[in-house]
Design a protein around this ligand. Sequence first.
Ligand code: F6P
Length: 591
Amino acid sequence: PARLGCAGCHDLRCRGGACETPHDASTDPERRRARRLPSRRGVRLSGLRCDRTLAWATLQGHYAAHGRDLDLREAFARDPQRFEALSFEAPEVFVDLSKNLVDTATLQFLLELARECGVAERRDAMLRGDTINATEGRAVLHTALRAPPGSAPFSADVHGVLDAMLGWVDALHARIADGSSPIRHVVNIGIGGSDLGPQMVVGALEPYVDRGLDVRFVSNVDGHDLQAALRGMDARETLFVIASKTFTTQETMANAVAAKAWFDAGGGTDVAGHFVATTSNVEAAARFGITTTFGFWDWVGGRYSLWSAIGLPIALAIGSARFRELLAGAHAMDRHFTEAPADRNVPLLLGLLDVWYRNFHGFASRSVAPYHQGLARLPAFLQQLEMESNGKRVDASGAALPYETSPVVWGEPGTNAQHAYFQMLHQGTDVVPVEFILVKQPAPGVDGSTPLGAQLARQHRMLLSNGLAQAQALMLGKTAEQALEERAGTGGAAEAEQVLARHRTFPGNRPSSTFVLDALTPRALGALVALYEHRVFTSGAVWRINSFDQWGVELGKTLSAALLPAFEQRGGPLPAHLDPSTRGLLGRLLG
Ligand code: F6P
């Protein structure tokens, strides 16, 4: 139920208690449907569809009157407190939103939108374990994976597997340390959520990796991926983690078969000691011949699974205590999302900012620029998290949406990105909000204790100054007058200088957010990832979509299975009923 509005008709336009007025929901079948709609599996969605709320109309007016023409330079000049008013503290992450095309009124209207759309009610339904992933008939409980014992649904199951898995990791580390285990390499074979999360985290926490183990990731069905990962390795020293929620994914199963063939060919004999599985399909893993399996549950979505047994390669890389710190950081962010007041609730505000940019400004993409090489895979991880979650075109009832949903999320680490696509961010025709992620302290070793450390510490200062400067440049821009002035006295012809100045002008007023972490610790990374998860949840809840299914990946899988026989039986007749392009290309590839 909406918090505001009439108890009789539930219409938000009626603020007068129970009523019998003609604006009753029965006059608007779509409104009535939106309010009462049970999901396919009987979950009742609270709140209204976003474009039917009062706040949406208010935001449209606000955009036309203030939002479209908001000038960041003027906004800062008008309000010396703008940075203080629009920067926020969440656990482990400081977020500056002041260089965004918002003012405090925008945020208030967006918060009203969240209230009318029932975001808090939907969040509570998720945390309770309601079946909010209605198209798959599943609860969504990745938050339970990082909750302390007894504080969330399925706690005994979660902590049973977690303790068993981390106990196993500790035992293996101990055997490696005392020389009784030959294992030196871990190869995680998985794809999508069974790869991107663990791979991103292991990369980010590289300074915490125990030196005894080298952890690699193979995902692509392209055999070159596995081949490159295994080059120079010894089967007797290698542990394979076959990571697949379903244990049916084509790429992972094919690579698991190839890994087994490589293991056999390399003289490996003890399959049980060299292959483990992380899956919710324990039976399929057993059929594959794997005896050590760490399980998880259907209520853990693939892209939300790094906190589950899918995190095994993380624990192998950084150790069990640090894996628990990662979980603790995420849990701290869960509590912030649940308990912080709406106007200081950072994931909520970020999700609403995404709605503001996507639906009111019409920005179709967002760029993520982590100024930390360890976070090189963060954009790829976020692409799955955000675009697989919110890349939907129908609402939870299956009705086509009249508004846009997921933006394209893309990015590369700074400063590399500056020498690639930042040109377009500064001077291109599209406005792309950018997210800068800055880490204050470098890792241990990047300090003044050695000449190399001192040089690397200087480079860290260069890194940070670059990140800050890019956000500054996007906002401030450069006028044609400034561009002319810079070249004053160079002796160029006046007309040519005018033309050049137009090329050297930056429009500025390009929005960005800046996240600051004190250090890239397991705890801070856990909090950062959970922040993104809840932000994606927020925009998905406003858009009234199911952020937890991914039917869009199915059609390609089916068509690929239908095409594969043509590649396997070369020379046979091409499949009938193919579209001319696919048929032509198939002929080319087979010819
Ligand atoms: O790409 C679709 C998808 O189902 C993702 O959601 C998932 O993360 C990935 O495939 C891998 O699935 P699994 O872990 O079942 O192998």
